[in-house]
Design a protein around this ligand. Structure first.
Ligand SMILES: OC[C@H]1O[C@](O)(CO)[C@@H](O)[C@@H]1O
Length: 535
């Protein structure tokens, strides 16, 4: 079978530079996955435990250890940092630009790594976790923003989705490094897994120094000539090419039209049509977490052990591998089927798998039951990784108008982190027996299955189909179509081909006057169409 994406006839220039750049930037996601995955290994290291112990001795193995409240502070401060980082990402991305912001954010992350490597006591280590988390949070909101603003429309889903692929690779690397270093008992033991992250951070910064800024950010700052240069690098076409003029014209006209509807303050983005889009973005990210994926990645090992399954570490490794491999078909299918069908397919599959795990895990405990349980945990991971894992980032990356994109993506990404933290924090109380704890055991899968059921309803009522549209046509879609299930019938009113005809007539140069003329035409067309909309 030959995999082929649907490159339209009006596609501008070559997609190769944008694909390479998009994939390169995606690898910031490795830091995301690795950083969340590595801590469980560090907390178990003998050397680390004795160095950081403040006198407490673990009653199980009688060795020095940190207390459970100290370890929960160490774990949760990373999540707190990521949450605040995601929230804080918008100002720099809107002020300095997406590219410079990513460089600054990676430096923040590196500062956190330095503190952790240098620390010999809990306060400094905790501060390092917070800063590293802050950097990861900042990057996690800015990478999909950069990718969606640079990608050609017909392959944007796959490029933004590759961010999730990098997250899964980071998780897998963490599982491998944890296993490889778990028996080390020297000063390097915990410093090696932490310091390894420098390598990626440095590659990322060096790469970003030579990457172009996004043309959309430059247009937002009214730097038309620079925007034309950036787009010409991204699409590998001459600066006076009519297709380039057409794409710039569409972006600029749309941005001006959106601005004419009002400037977005933080207050503004919670109201009206923008508020609806923001609720959709937060909903999709919240449900991605509530489907229960991190229950498996954070607590999988101990859950399998408690269910009487031996080799629980190997099973966790297997789920991490399935997670990486299954993300690949998701990147392809998001452009073939589109966002709505893939999310629906994933939600039905995840719901069925989680409910089977819940029923089998609650009803019986035998060799056969354990095998069925493991098989359906793996099936759940397959459905998650090929749909909600990547597509939640795709959907949120393309949901917002340029004027508010950074702010809205910050809030949407912070929602993902908030739920990530809440689930990591609450699950041990829900699952383990003991005073004040719910002792749900396998019944917890009924909760995840229930939320996957909500995912199905959410997709049907809230997710608009945006496959193959430019980010500007997505704005038009939201202006014209009032209900999500009719979004598949939407036909954009103006596209590159139309504007290209205007540009073709005066091919001489990408002058500002030419762009202005095209922009004027697109603006009036947008206004006419939105007035006649069936909203
Ligand atoms: O692949 C699983 C991983 O993906 C995420 O949901 C982010 O999209 C993480 O929270 C999780 O650990």
């Amino acid at each position: 079978m030959r995999l082929q994406f649907n490159k339209p006839e009006d596609a501008t220039g070559s997609a190769a530079p944008a694909i390479i750049i998009g994939l390169f930037v995606a690898f910031g996601g490795v830091l995301f996955g690795y950083d969340t995955g590595t801590i469980s290994g560090i907390l178990a290291m003998k050397y680390w435990r004795s160095l950081f112990s403040t006198g407490y001795v673990n009653p199980v193995d009688h060795l020095p250890d940190v207390t459970s409240s100290q370890s929960s502070m160490i774990v949760s401060l990373l999540s707190a940092g990521t949450f605040f980082g995601a929230l804080a990402a918008a100002p720099a991305a809107d002020y300095f630009g997406r590219r410079i912001a990513m460089i600054i954010y990676t430096a923040v992350f590196c500062f956190g790594v330095v503190l952790q490597v240098a620390s010999t006591g809990i306060p400094l280590f905790v501060a390092g976790r917070f800063f590293a988390g802050f950097g990861v949070g900042l990057l996690s909101a800015t990478i999909p923003l950069y990718q969606s603003e640079t990608a050609p429309k017909w392959i944007r889903g796959a490029i933004v989705g590759s961010y999730q692929l990098a997250i899964t690779i980071g998780l897998l690397l963490a599982a491998i490094v944890n296993n490889a270093t778990k028996n080390r008992d020297d000063t390097g033991s915990y410093r090696i897994p932490v310091a390894i992250q420098f390598a990626w951070a440095i590659i990322l910064v060096v790469g970003m120094l030579i990457l172009p800024e996004t043309p959309r950010f430059l247009i937002k700052m009214d730097k038309m000539e620079e925007a034309a240069k950036a787009l010409s690098r991204l699409r590998r076409i001459p600066i006076d090419d009519p297709t380039l003029t057409a794409e710039l014209t569409e972006i600029r006209a749309n941005h001006e039209y959106e601005l004419s509807l009002g400037k977005p303050s933080y207050f503004e983005i919670f109201r009206g049509s923008l508020g609806k889009r923001l609720a959709t973005g937060c909903g999709v990210q919240a449900l991605q977490q509530l489907s229960g994926v991190n229950f498996i990645f954070y607590y999988g090992t101990s859950f399998f052990q408690n269910s009487g399954i031996q080799n629980s570490f190997v099973i966790t490794l297997i789920t991490s591998i399935i997670n990486v491999i299954s993300t690949l078909p998701g990147l392809y299918m998001v452009e073939k089927w589109g966002r709505r069908p893939l999310l629906l397919f994933g939600a039905v599959g995840m719901c069925t798998s989680q409910l089977i795990v819940a029923i089998v895990g609650t009803a019986a405990s035998s060799m056969v039951a354990n095998k069925v349980l493991i098989a359906f945990v793996c099936t759940y991971i397959f459905f998650f990784a090929s749909s909600w894992g990547p597509v939640s980032w795709v959907v949120t990356g393309e949901l917002y108008p340029l004027k508010a994109r950074a702010k809205c993506l910050s809030i949407t990404t912070a929602t993902n982190w908030l739920l990530n933290w809440a689930i990591a924090y609450a699950t041990p109380y829900m699952v383990n027996g003991g005073a004040g704890n719910a002792d749900l055991g396998s019944k917890v899968f009924f909760i995840w299955g229930g939320f996957c059921g909500v995912c199905c309803i959410f997709v049907f009522f809230c997710i608009y189909e945006t496959k193959g549209l430019t980010l500007e046509q997505v704005d038009e879609l939201y202006g014209k179509v009032s209900v999500a299930w009719k979004s598949t019938d939407f036909v954009p009113s103006v596209n590159y081909a139309d504007i290209q005809d205007v540009a073709e007539g005066s091919k001489a140069s990408t002058s500002l006057a030419e762009l202005e003329a095209g922009a004027q035409e697109k603006r009036s067309s947008l206004a006419t169409h939105v007035e006649s909309a069936d909203v």
